[in-house]
Design a protein around this ligand. Structure first.
Ligand code: ATP
Ligand code: RIB
Length: 317
């Protein structure tokens, strides 16, 4: 079967604790809930894309330790297990320490472990699958040299590239022109462009920064404010779906996975962003990351019920 969305990304085990509020530096507080579950931006986005209906190939790396079964179980359940789930004998499975407050806010410390040890040989094994896919999606939890090389391969083979530059870090300047869609959140946008995206002007400035570097489409996720989308000719500020927030961790992953799945069906950037915005809105209503990703039927139903269409504004009108 043809794999259409190829995702290079991290798997880490999320160790998530919940408390009334988040502790400040030096403070110890009591929490009231703890859960161990599958996470990592790459794996979360793969689950989100698969549940949104895409045929997904995930390339990731885990260790051989007490956390590896969490990955294997999740990948098997989500039909993501393949020979590109690599086992590293020398490095541990990654972990993330996540704290979530009553209001759904979070703090995350991620140690990617084996996920950040993708080698050139690993990439060679993946080359055929990357070139055969329609969409290539990646983030920045995997070692940057591997991300850059994989983008080079995808771009050279006319595979559309989505870069979710998270967690934020500078990328090679010449890479931007190989990116069809960049999907930073507010803090990642600030780090990469220097612009605050607190209003529409800020979003336009940041988008122009990316366009000048060669990116084709800019999507800035704005949390409870929704998402800003700009294809150079038109833009739209798509509002977030009004929902009861339980846990926003992984909202960006829900967005990116669903966005890739929708693009893969041939949708334009605005329609795909609306679909992804609804998927992300659904994901923040439950606790956890990968387990909170919504299924296609729920996204379609919410889209119908909410019935918002992106208002497109042209720059030259
Ligand atoms: P994370 O790092 O926690 O995965 P993020 O910072 O990458 O998330 P955000 O910009 O916070 O991503 O959110 C991504 C998308 O999730 C938003 O564009 C929106 O569609 C949806 N979303 C986030 N917060 C809310 C909310 N409070 N209500 C409804 N939708 C939300
Ligand atoms: O985007 C959320 C993810 O970031 C969590 O699952 C955690 O693993 C961190 O990598």
């Amino acid at each position: 079967m043809k794999r259409s969305v190829f995702i290079l990304g991290s798997f880490v085990v999320d160790l998530t604790a919940k408390a009334s509020w988040l502790p400040v530096e030096g403070e110890t507080i009591k929490g009231d809930y703890f859960k161990i579950g599958p996470g990592g931006k790459g794996a979360n986005q793969a689950v989100a894309a698969a549940r949104a209906g895409a045929d997904v190939q995930l390339m990731t790396k885990i260790g051989q330790d007490l956390f590896s079964p969490v990955a294997i179980e999740s990948f098997t359940q989500e039909s993501l297990m393949s020979d590109l789930v690599l086992i590293d004998q020398n490095n541990p499975t990654g972990i993330a320490l996540i704290m979530v407050s009553e209001s759904g806010a979070n703090q995350i410390l991620v140690v990617p472990g084996a996920s950040a040890c993708v080698t050139e040989d690993d990439l060679l094994r993946a080359k055929k699958a990357i070139t055969k896919s329609r969409i290539f999606l990646t983030q920045l939890e995997v070692n940057i040299d591997a991300v850059e090389k994989a983008i080079d391969v995808a771009h050279a083979n006319q595979v559309e590239v989505i870069l979710n530059p998270a967690p934020a870090q500078p990328i090679r300047d010449d890479l931007y022109k190989k990116i069809n869609y960049i999907t930073p959140n507010e803090t990642e946008t600030k780090l990469l462009t220097g612009y605050e995206v607190t209003d529409l002007d800020g979003c336009h400035l940041a988008a122009n920064y990316f366009f000048d570097k060669g990116v084709q489409n800019v999507l800035i996720t704005l949390g409870r404010l929704g998402v800003y989308v700009n294809d150079k000719e038109k833009f739209s500020m798509i509002p977030a779906m009004p929902v009861h927030v339980v846990d926003t961790t992984g909202a960006g992953d829900a967005f990116n996975g669903a966005f890739a799945a929708s693009l893969d069906t041939g949708k334009d950037v605005f329609t795909a962003a609306l679909f992804a915005n609804v998927a992300a809105g659904l994901s923040v209503q439950s606790f956890g990351t990968a387990p909170a990703m919504p299924y296609r039927r729920d996204i379609d139903e919410a889209l119908k019920e909410w019935n918002v269409r992106p208002k497109l504004q042209a720059f030259n009108s």
